[in-house]
Design a protein around this ligand. Structure first.
Ligand SMILES: [Zn+2]
Ligand SMILES: [Zn+2]
Length: 348
């Protein structure tokens, strides 16, 4: 069967690989359909794994952590609810079950996280074994929106961290796929949203996803826009989805006193920050990592309810044989990519 193998940083080759053997008792062999490519895939591909956990060896790896798939073959101890032919979305995360976060019901922050497509082989191949506990049925969702459940689950988790009451104003920094998913999930939950992004086409998409305002203008211009929108000194909630290390300092300027800043975007880089702003404004800063199984279920419901709106985010499609071009498309700002999808297609 075919797989896109990232052999070493910057080297991805589409090659024949052996098909998986029979599934383990509680594993399922699935046939990936649509695989979303995101900024983390690009970081991984370029060997920038500093923002990922630990000093584990990652290569060679078959990437792909955002994907829809069809159930092909079930292990003998899989529950009766899963049937061959079902379309599923894959919750890529498995915790160790022993560390403090795992014991606290927060496997998404596990100290030795195991992610499909990062720590083990993922969706960029024609067949892949996945534990049945990580498969979620998506009903009548199409393969492309079903591949957006994973990024939507990141947004759902970030919103859970933010705890935005109905009608409260939130600034979402970055209108890439995660930022846009966060705009949709926040407005669906009743928040009033301003999106901030330097790219005009992304600001337009944020309005399509439900934002009432979309702005840019660098730091000062954005602060003015936020103050005009909130009629005051900032918004109660700022969610950073940019992965830009400078965004946390910016968020501390845009948030009002007693507000919350949620950091979703990942970066290994350092950026200067004036620590006095935290006590002065009594800001809560909350990290948000991946998503829980409950977030994943909520994300399926959100994608089901907003599938037409979400389809506007699928900007580029490539076949598995062109997986490297798909990654390069995400890397190239001139391509104007939002969500890039790879269609895998079955073996033989
Ligand atoms: Zn992703
Ligand atoms: Zn753990």
């Amino acid at each position: 069967m075919l797989a896109a193998v990232t052999r070493s940083p910057g080297v991805m080759v589409v090659d024949d690989v052996p098909e998986p053997g029979p599934p383990g008792p509680r594993d399922v062999i699935v046939r990936p359909e649509a695989v979303g490519i995101c900024g983390s895939d690009l970081h991984f591909y370029t060997g920038d794994t500093g923002a990922l956990s630990g000093a584990r060896s990652f290569f060679p790896r078959i990437q792909g952590h955002e994907f829809s798939a069809v159930v092909e073959q079930l292990g003998r101890d899989c529950p009766a609810g899963v049937r061959a032919g079902d379309r599923v979305a894959v919750w890529p995360l498995r915790g160790c079950g022993r560390c403090y976060p795992c014991r606290s019901g927060r496997a998404n922050a596990c100290v030795s996280l195991d992610l499909v497509g990062i720590h083990r082989d993922g969706g960029l191949q024609q067949l892949v074994p996945v534990p049945v506990s990580q498969l979620f049925g998506v009903g009548d969702l199409g393969s492309e929106p079903a591949a957006f459940v994973e990024p939507m689950s990141i947004a759902v988790h970030a919103l859970g961290r933010a705890g935005i009451p109905d009608g409260e104003q939130a600034i979402i920094l970055g209108a890439g796929p995660i930022g846009l998913a966060t705009v949709l999930a926040a407005t669906a939950a009743g928040a009033r949203v301003m999106a901030a992004d330097p790219v005009p086409a992304r600001r337009d998409l944020a309005l399509t996803m439900g934002a009432e305002n979309a702005a840019w203008g660098g730091d000062g211009g954005l602060l003015d826009a936020v103050q005009a929108w909130t009629h005051g000194p900032g918004a109660p909630v700022v969610i950073d989805t940019t992965g830009d290390p400078g965004a946390l300092a910016q968020a501390t300027r845009l948030v009002c006193s007693a507000g919350r800043v949620v950091v979703v975007g990942m970066s290994a880089a350092a950026a200067p920050l004036r620590s006095g702003v935290f006590p002065e404004k009594e800001i809560d800063v909350l990290g948000s990592s991946c998503a829980t199984a409950a977030d994943f279920r909520s994300a399926i419901a959100l994608v089901q309810a907003h599938r037409e709106t979400i389809s506007a985010l699928f900007s580029h499609r490539f076949p598995l044989t062109h997986a490297r071009e798909a990654i390069e498309c995400v890397a190239n700002p001139a391509a104007g990519a939002v969500k890039v999808l790879i269609a895998v297609g079955g073996p033989g």
